[in-house]
Design a protein around this ligand. Structure first.
Ligand code: FES
Length: 101
């Protein structure tokens, strides 16, 4: 396990996503009611930036062509079966967000 500090809790607004780069990899972190979830940052369709998508509950809609993913499981919910984003464990320590890469 390699925990990486991303930033403060406030850096990811409630009900939104924010992109971070960790070891050259783009990662999207989502804040659902103060709980944080992390997935790979790029849509499997054409690399749309998922952190800029619309978050409804635990579903993010890609801002480019509106594919939907569950941010807890990484699962794509439409079009193709068996497509799954990588997900990362997230911890909050003190006021900071860490992910396990
Ligand atoms: S890039 Fe995400 S739906 Fe096309």
């Amino acid at each position: 396990m390699a925990w990486t500090k991303l930033g403060s809790r406030e850096s990811v607004s409630m009900g939104k996503g924010k992109e971070f780069t960790v070891n050259g990899k783009r990662i999207a972190v989502f804040n659902i009611n103060g709980n944080y979830y992390a997935t790979e940052g790029l849509c499997r369709h054409q690399d749309g930036p998922l952190a800029d998508g619309t978050l409804k509950g635990e579903i993010v809609e890609c801002p480019w062509h509106f594919w939907h993913y569950n941010v807890k499981t990484g699962e794509l919910l439409d079009y193709l079966k068996g497509v799954k984003l990588a997900t990362y464990s997230v911890e909050v320590r003190d006021n900071d967000i860490y992910i396990d890469t």
